[in-house]
Design a protein around this ligand. Structure first.
Ligand SMILES: Cc1cc2nc3c(=O)[nH]c(=O)nc-3n(C[C@H](O)[C@H](O)[C@H](O)COP(=O)(O)OP(=O)(O)OC[C@H]3O[C@@H](n4cnc5c(N)ncnc54)[C@H](O)[C@@H]3O)c2cc1C
Length: 402
């Protein structure tokens, strides 16, 4: 491995391991630099992924003046940056946002780049005011609204929407730091394809959907792969098969969207459960058939190499951490958090922080809240709450209601 890769791996680990996301707090104020002059915007939406664009669509429809900020270079980059072989698990009929169906055969599964391009086309079609390359480092209460800081820019907004899924920061165990520096370490956000890896064996830690799919990707490229972790149950039918075509619409439209919501006892119970999703497309059967070695949980490091629960040490040259995500919202100050470390909110309205909203979170209101087909309802609800509070004059909307 090149020393540049090793340095990059260490820097990544230092920023991700254990400390959560406290490391990304805004440093400018502490460094004593003069605060930039804030620009006044009635409503600021942070994030131009599907959640932010949906909120934007509904705000525009209601004639509310707003701006969307995103740290990425292009709309859709959160999809574009995912691994190359990724196909959506939801069929195209469930991948369209309000006002614009996904342009593909209903039962096909788009690639992640097609999804990214769709989001870009969506922003263009509804002329949503997206400012790219603006990474927000701090949101804090200020007067009757909020002060938002992004590098040398700052904004004062009456209302703010943090529009993004919980999958912002990979969670990596602290012992990752003790691995031999020659081991290439990646996570599902930085993994693109097998070419990034060193020659030799790979340990993929975490046997959920990302771990299973990345193991398969690597095994197909000829790597010796170990997949570590407890078995996660799979859907009881083949993804994309005949049964799935009947069952999936029922699951998406009825179970995830209408039944498992915060308005039903069963939904509230489900919202408190774990965050493990069943294996959807790639199951342990596929993984084993591809020659991947299933091994128990990875619990530590011995002599620079990963150590398993059963005491075995695996001499590998690469480790891919698929060990989950942290919400990563420490840059939003003073938000009360729940037991999962996620913002306390009711239908997207942050508790005790009037004017601050979240959209896109896991179980924001329903099981479907973080899924493409489900978040439009939350976005509309939040946009209507914003419109009811906004003091700035409305503008006429080019988007028809309906
Ligand atoms: C591997 C994977 C596969 C998935 N497949 C599907 C699927 O098939 N079907 C489905 O319905 N769902 C799927 N999901 C779930 C969900 O649809 C996606 O995670 C989706 O990307 C969430 O969109 P979002 O807009 O809520 O958040 P994100 O896509 O995470 O977008 C957030 C945006 O906010 C920006 N941002 C973040 N922080 C800041 C900041 N501080 N300042 C400025 N900008 C910021 C980012 O640059 C990004 O553009 C999948 C999730 C994963 C992880």
């Amino acid at each position: 491995m090149s020393s540049a890769n090793a340095r990059e791996d260490m820097a990544m680990l230092e920023s991700l391991v254990e400390e959560g996301d406290a490391g990304v707090r805004w440093e400018t104020a502490r460094a004593g630099r003069p605060a930039p002059e804030p620009e006044s915007v009635p409503v600021l939406v942070i994030g131009a992924g599907q959640a932010g664009l949906s909120v934007g669509y509904h705000l525009a429809r209601l004639g509310v003046r707003f701006r969307i900020l995103d740290g990425a270079e292009r709309v859709g980059d959160s999809w574009r940056r995912r691994w190359d072989s990724l196909l959506l698990f939801s069929a195209a009929r469930f991948d369209g946002l309000d006002g614009m169906p996904f342009p593909a055969p209903r039962e096909s599964f788009p690639t992640k780049d097609e999804m990214a391009d769709y989001l870009q086309a969506y922003a263009r079609r509804f002329q949503l005011p997206v400012e790219l390359g603006v990474k927000v480092q701090r949101v804090a209460r200020h007067g009757s609204g909020f002060r938002i800081v992004a590098g040398q820019r700052s904004y004062q907004a009456e209302q703010v929407v943090v529009a993004m899924a919980n999958y912002q920061r990979p969670r990596i165990p602290g012992f990752a730091r003790e691995l031999d520096p020659g081991i290439r370490q990646l996570d599902p956000v930085r993994y693109r394809n097998p070419a990034q890896l060193r020659d030799g064996a790979v340990l993929v830690v975490g046997a959920g959907n990302s771990g299973a799919e990345i193991s398969l990707d690597l095994a197909r490229a000829g790597y010796k792969v170990y997949l570590s972790g407890r078995d996660v149950p799979a859907l009881p039918f083949r993804h994309g098969g005949r049964v799935a075509r009947v069952v999936m619409p029922f699951l998406f439209n009825v179970v995830f969207h209408r039944l498992l919501t915060m308005s039903t006892p069963i939904g509230r119970k489900a919202s408190q459960g774990g965050r493990t999703t069943p294996l959807i497309r790639t199951t342990m059967k596929h993984v084993r058939a591809a020659g991947v070695g299933r091994v128990p949980r990875t619990t530590g490091v011995r002599d620079g190499m990963p150590e398993l629960e059963d005491g075995r040490v695996l001499p590998v040259q690469n480790v891919v951490w698929c060990t989950g995500f942290d919400p990563g919202f420490s840059w939003v100050e003073d938000v009360p958090l729940d037991a999962h470390g996620e913002p306390r909110q009711v239908r997207g309205e942050a508790q005790g922080m009037p004017g601050l909203y979240f959209v896109g979170l896991h179980f924001l209101y329903a099981m479907s809240s973080s899924m493409i087909h489900g978040l439009g309802r939350d976005a509309q609800f939040v946009a209507e709450r914003i419109a009811a509070r906004v003091t700035a004059p409305r503008v006429s909307s080019a988007i028809e209601s309906g």
